[in-house]
Design a protein around this ligand. Sequence first.
Ligand SMILES: Cc1ncc(C[n+]2csc(CCOP(=O)(O)OP(=O)(O)O)c2C)c(N)n1
Ligand code: SF4
Length: 318
Amino acid sequence: MKNIIHDSMNENCAVTSHTLADFESELPRWCKGCGDHGVLTGIQRALKKNNIDPENVVSVSGIGCSSRLPHYLRTYGFHGLHGRALPIATGVRLARPESHVLVVMGDGDCFSIGGNHWLHAIRYNINVVALVLDNNIYALTKKQASPTTPDGQLTNTTPRGTYLEPMNPLSVVMGMTNVSFLAQSATWLPNHLDATIEKAWSHHGLSFVRILQRCPVYMPQGFGDGGKNYPVVLLENEQGIPIDQTALLRGPAQPHDHTDIHAAQEVAHTSEPAPMGLIYQNERLPAYEDIRFSRTDKPRDRSDFLRRLDGTLDKFAV
Ligand SMILES: Cc1ncc(C[n+]2csc(CCOP(=O)(O)OP(=O)(O)O)c2C)c(N)n1
Ligand code: SF4
């Protein structure tokens, strides 16, 4: 699985490194122009950059277009039930604390049917990277209103337009206790998105990232025509998420202290212009497993049990 790359500066010093191909699996079946493609690439780049072995990663999802991602990433994967990605990921992390766990959810998946799990995962602060691909619609089931669908939007469940103000997931997160990492990016800001995933990967604790995602099929007009006309402000901080020139073409930069909880709550409350970048980070909070394993034993060597479990699960592999 590893490709050996020789360092031309020093022939005696062979470094072992991964290529992007090490993280590629099936050819994605998302529509042309779907923002999910860019998120997949961003994850693959972050894994490569951190030289993480694919066999040490477990990607977990619920159900939805975005939740197909584990099929396309060459790591272990668990395509779970609608809304249930976070509790599955919590179980994986507790059973295999040495593994990197990535969670991919849709807006309906996380904020609606998975809402209760979402709140408690934030409170638990389990050490996983949790990405919500928010296209403001239920896409896999062909255009029903989700909690973030804009007011007045025609959908199959609201043929006369939605009646409710959309939920602001950022202010929900900042209203919780024990928040350790909150960031926002968008699929039409590719370099910013890569840098956001990379930053989330380096954080210890629950890294919660909302990614505004283009769905050219069921929400073509979403985010001001696929992000082209969507007002954003780029949060600027030396310790935050780097801002490149292409992102600055979409909106101005604004200084922001992501360690100040009150500043973060204020920024999270703003939906227009949408804040892009690292909204809040608290590096002092222990992750749930740190607390739990300081009071209980880590999982013991259960190799025989796991061998039999693997055999059973393999029967259901697709
Ligand atoms: C318990 C349950 N309820 C409903 C469904 C039907 N269902 C499948 S995917 C989906 C919506 C997915 O939307 P979202 O989470 O926003 O993800 P997207 O497809 O937009 O990426 C629904 C309602 C289901 N599979 N299981
Ligand atoms: S329907 Fe929308 S979200 Fe689903 S794959 Fe197509 S573009 Fe992507």
